[in-house]
Design a protein around this ligand. Sequence first.
Ligand code: GLA
Length: 514
Amino acid sequence: MTKRFLGHAPGRVLGWVLGVLAGVLLTGQAWGADLMGDWVFQAAPSFPRFTKMVIRHDTDGLRGTITSEWYGDLPMLDLKAVGEGPAGERLVFHIDNGNPKLKPLDLTLAPDGSGIRLTGQVWYEKQDATAHRATAAEMAALDFPTYPLLAPAYVPSNGLARTPPMGWSSWNKFAEAIDDKTVREIADALVRSGLRDAGYVYVNIDDGWQGDRGPDGVLHPNVKFPDMKALADYVHARGLKLGIYSSPGPKTCAGYAGSYGHVEQDARTWAEWGVDYLKYDLCSGEGFYHTAETVRAVYQQMGAALNATRRPIVYSLCEYGRFDVGAWGRDVGGNLWRTTGDIEDSYASMAAIGFDKNGVPRHTGPGGWNDPDMLEVGNGGMTTEEYRTHISLWALMAAPLLMGNDARSMTRDTLALLGNAEVIAIDQDPLGRQGLPVRKRDGMEIWTRPLADGSVAVGLFNRTDTPVAITADWPALGLGDHPKVRDLWAHRSVAPNAAHMVPAHGVVLLRAKP
Ligand code: GLA
């Protein structure tokens, strides 16, 4: 590193040496005095909203910590000096927010007048922010609190979700554009369409409802949700239940207030409102909780906090399937746990999750379910046959069925896909076993799911772009030569030896009884 600085004109080098010496005398630091010290950012992009930095060069070498509103204090990794002497003096480093998908992109620090300028990129967000030298008081005001984690303990089951939760969630269609009025209209639509009576009872507000905390720390909704208790009453009056969303980190995935430092308080707030379901999404918490032990501990903390409210609240863990969540999700009080990243409204995304990434089947069962994410049915990005595949796969997997569309304006096709009682009965079968592929070959897949009454749900899937005929080999499926077979989408009995024409990207879903 020092060598890099020697290849310059003697005059510049002499000037630089004198500058460093001055820095040494003034600050006691042996290197790069211009950039060493305590810094506070004037303003910084909202993700991850850097607030301050400490940069030192001492007997421990060159090191730094950068603090952000999303991830708290993070070490500056691989911090090193680059550049051509004092004028071009720069430091580069990167951060690790605990997300395996985050590319470790360089962040650069360079002198900027009497300040320091940070440039680069974190995740998708370009960074360009300046910081000024800060007093001890300014730095202390931006200290990021840390909290002790609970020791591992077993959270007793809340007894809910004996079958996979069913309902609707705002995120896939509305994202942050969700408000009280829309939620009420959705509740009405679920009743009017008959979908409530078909089983879709949870009306879940996902990210984007949160406002600010009061001086007492109580979290208030934002202006789009003027009165959460009144909204819960409205939903309850229609025989439905209300869901809400938060994060164990300081920020949710869309940048709203998370429950960091307010876990028990938030659980009490939601219980007072009359909330019946919580989706708890790791989001910025991934910056704090990088290990199986710490992630488990924060989910345990909320599980215990929900139980302590004594209100029955379905607890949905959303940490994208990290650390084999199904193996411990129940033990922290969870009723369902996401097994994947986010679904998108495309056949490729849905098929990648549904066919090939659906958690560890033995972890699913009454009270606790693998969750391959919410439905996209009715959002327009797939054909009717593709959506039929989507819901058939979810039913075979015993997945939670959370509609993700605008339930106020459904086509007949969408309503028929979501409201098929025979398909819902597969999903909600009380045995609670997760279906599995028994054959995957040449783009064709046969899946089976054993059901409580001794019958078996059988999915004949065609992942190719052209229709194919598929015949079920009943003896090989353990159903004898002549099972009674019903086609659950055609709503009719079929001959056991029938060859089924399965459309491109489509499915034939059967229920067979030996
Ligand atoms: C994450 C979750 C999504 C959704 C968004 C909201 O990406 O996985 O399901 O809740 O956050 O910001």
